[in-house]
Design a protein around this ligand. Sequence first.
Ligand code: GSH
Length: 224
Amino acid sequence: MSSTLTIHHLRKSQSERVVWLCEELGIPYNLECHDRVPPAMLAPESIRRLHWSGTAPVIQDGDITLAESGAIFEYILAKYGNGKLVLGPTHPKYADYLLWLHQANGTYMPAVTSVMLGRMKGDDDESPTQKVMQNRANANLQAMEKQLGTSAYLAGDELTAADCMSVFGLTTFRLFIPSDLTEYPNIVAWLQRVGQREAYKRAMQKGEPGLEPMLAAVPQPLAQ
Ligand SMILES: N[C@@H](CCC(=O)N[C@@H](CS)C(=O)NCC(=O)O)C(=O)O
């Protein structure tokens, strides 16, 4: 089915989340995949031309070009979602939904990215700045582990957009900074549950053919 909505996906990046979101919603979209440019593995010119941010994801919809995962999620959910994957203010899990919808981009991924950049410039993991950021990421993991001990998904027993936003930070993101999730069995069970979803499988096959989804506690190979 033809669509005015185009997702620009940078391979091995957080833009896989938007592909997954659209597959869960069952809406038509066009997918354009872009490859990272070595050696720095940044976005190619084809992404930079689209939006001043120079980062993925970017979507185009008619005259609109939009970047920033959170903004893109809100746009797609409001415009095409028909209420799917969203919890409203009267729902008992509304606050959980909002927290986990924003936690990955607001805290977890920035903290892990900061640790990764610190390591790249040779900072000792025991340095105060590295420890602050590592502790922040760990607090997120501990809270997520606790939450997933109470329900199958982050905001109840049904998948919501909060899960679609959060999974990448625990899966493909580990290509860039390996981490062992053995201490977090509820998180690993949630990743496995996500991996069984047909929409997730389709999204990963379309966006990341050849990459085995990194759903295990210690996926192999981790480093690339
Ligand atoms: N806050 C932005 C971050 C986007 C971002 O940093 N995307 C990365 C992919 S994981 C990217 O495009 N990196 C390539 C580059 O910086 O050149 C969002 O959530 O969309």
